[in-house]
Design a protein around this ligand. Structure first.
Ligand code: GLU
Length: 457
């Protein structure tokens, strides 16, 4: 059977690096096993879901390098869920409940005061048809609960019922179905909660592995029971730890914290985001991995830690710089061309500047400096001006190579007595208009004698 995974966000906001972690765990899992990745939008909440968010998520995934074989929307599949509901009702596994939230809260408190687990006591199962008619006559509409298989013959005599699975991330897992309430699958207004549509889709789309955040571990117990109630074999499950900020706060789609779109707009490389999103909170060291294939080689879901993965947003920038500093010319050639960086000098230029870049786009600035001169010609002090003019008279003859800088500065040192920073900083400023940047020894041959002389103050 082909490995089939899915990423199933609700399109209610921009996805952040924590959502990207789930998407990438799925994508890398599929990549490693030659499987396929389905993009499913959990948009049963029609009021909060928006097509523009779904489109933005698709764009973000594409930018990250994820290529779904199929994109589907739960809002287009209501008929399929209705049919599943019909089957569950027919088999008595979905029952009508009429309690208000206040009534449920009161019951919960009573159970707690009696030292009973605060789960739903299935009182609705005791309603006679006369009771139901009376409630409906009051204008109450039912919500529908799934009867968990946590009893032998009497649903009021629940007993420990372990659901076990071998989690692809966390190893052996056990959930006791007697410790949870029968989940509500359909609300009073007929709308679906997430639990049922997800299972129906996972069956229908042939999902073999459900990989998602560990906030779903308990859901999995109920969902495995639901798969079985619908006559299906449950898929394999994997639950990864969630990303939190260093202060332990969770990330939220709504706050826009570390959104993928924001990182993209800030000029961060997709593989810097992917490397951090995947490797943080695992036993692997967090380092920039240049390609998705290489990241797939490093990816081992079982190496994920069970506690929350705290991370510092500044790490994205660190990884981004490290990634750019080792990026080969051919992987960036097209983007450099878009920045106007073309011609025979372009590969050598890239090799010289990449170690100084925060973002690839910043290469454009150095290209301009190199070709058109410093953008801040006034950065030199009056005193340095005379020194630089004298130094320029000592420029060696061409051809220039990697040793020219040393040769030149030795001559300047001998003639002027200046050394160290006093010597090279004014030269750097005269050549580039900046106090820091690529190695001058590397820059000089790229500049050539004519362009260097044009910078004589
Ligand atoms: N829409 C659910 C979520 O974002 C999907 C969970 C799942 O993957 O099953 O949490």
């Amino acid at each position: 059977m082909t490995t089939t995974v899915r990423f199933a966000p609700s399109p209610t906001g921009m996805i952040h690096i924590g959502n990207a972690r789930t998407a990438l765990f799925n994508w890398l899992f599929a990549l490693k096993s030659g499987g396929q990745f389905i993009q499913r939008f959990d948009d049963t909440d029609v009021a909060r879901s928006k097509q523009e968010y779904a489109d933005a998520i698709l764009e973000d995934l594409h930018w990250l390098g994820i290529r779904p074989t199929l994109v589907d929307y739960q809002s287009r599949r209501f008929a399929i869920y209705d049919a599943a509901v019909g089957r569950l009702k027919d088999s008595g596994l979905l029952y009508a409940c009429y309690e208000t939230p206040e009534e449920l809260e009161l019951r919960r408190k009573i159970r707690l005061s009696r030292k009973l687990p605060p789960v739903y006591g299935r009182e609705a199962l005791k309603l006679s048809s006369a009771d139901i008619s009376a409630l409906e006559a009051e204008g109450r509409r039912p919500h529908w609960r799934f009867l968990l298989p946590n009893y032998e013959t009497d649903p009021f005599a629940t007993q420990r019922t372990e659901v076990r699975w071998e989690d692809v991330v966390r190893g052996p897992q056990t959930v006791d179905l007697a410790s949870m309430s029968d989940p509500v699958l359909v609300r009073e207004d007929g709308s679906y909660l997430y639990t049922l549509p997800s299972v129906v889709d996972d069956i229908d789309l042939g999902i073999t592995h459900v990989i998602r955040g560990d906030d779903h571990v308990t859901n999995t117990g109920a969902q495995i029971a639901l798969f079985k109630a619908l006559g299906a074999t449950p898929p394999a499950f994997g639950h990864h730890n969630l990303l939190t900020t260093s202060t332990g706060e969770g990330l939220s789609k709504r706050t826009g914290a570390l959104s993928i779109a924001g990182l993209r707009e800030a000029g961060i490389e997709p593989m810097a985001v992917a490397s951090l999103a995947v490797l943080i909170g695992t036993s692997e060291s967090v380092e920039p991995v240049p390609t998705m294939e290489a990241l797939a080689d490093k990816f081992d879901p079982a190496a994920t830690s069970k506690s929350a993965a705290k991370f510092d947003p500044a790490e994205v920038g660190v990884l981004n710089r490290a990634l750019i500093h080792q990026m080969p010319f051919d992987s960036v050639e097209v983007r450099l061309r878009d920045l106007g960086i073309v011609g025979g000098d372009a590969p050598a230029f890239w090799a010289v500047v990449r170690g100084n870049l925060e973002r690839v786009a910043d290469a454009g600035l150095w290209w301009r400096i190199l070709r058109d001169g410093p953008d801040d010609a006034d950065a030199l002090s009056e005193e340095d001006r005379a020194f630089v003019a004298e130094a320029f008279d000592l420029l060696p003859a061409e051809p220039w190579d990697g040793s020219t800088w040393k040769q030149w500065t030795q001559a300047v040192k001998d003639a002027t007595g200046r050394k160290g920073k006093m010597l090279f900083m004014p030269l750097r400023v005269a050549l580039t208009g900046r106090f820091s940047g690529p190695e001058l020894a590397d820059l000089l041959p790229l500049l050539g004698r004519a362009r260097t002389l044009a910078r004589r103050p």
